[in-house]
Design a protein around this ligand. Structure first.
Ligand code: FES
Length: 106
């Protein structure tokens, strides 16, 4: 999936919601690199657009579940499932999301 012009928008806004055929996701910058992850916390569905990004960790604002931004691994808090993190890169000013192959399509 390619999102045109998202690099500049992320630089301005920091966090952008992506409504995709696979559901809602969030794009954000982490150390200047794009991170794309599920929009809802695996714990109780907290909105991860509001998550804090601290030293490479995403912290849910509701109950503080903490996930590694690089791979979504749950490392602290009540979440018992990892966060879906999708490989993404910039191509010029565009964001390219590299969905894994699978039955969910899109
Ligand atoms: S909803 Fe995110 S930690 Fe509870």
């Amino acid at each position: 999936m390619r999102v045109e012009g998202l690099r500049g928008r992320l630089a301005e806004e920091g966090v952008v919601r992506l409504d995709t055929a696979r559901g809602p996701y969030v794009a954000r910058l982490a150390g200047g690199r794009p991170v794309v992850h599920g929009a809802l916390c695996p714990h109780r569905g907290g909105p991860l657009e509001d998550a804090y990004l601290v030293e490479g960790m995403l912290i849910c604002s509701w109950h503080r579940s903490t996930f590694r931004a690089g791979d979504g691994r749950a490392v602290y808090g009540p979440a018992c499932a990892d966060l879906d993190v999708v490989p993404a890169r910039f191509d010029g000013d565009d964001l390219v999301v590299e969905w894994p192959e699978g039955p969910s399509g899109a």
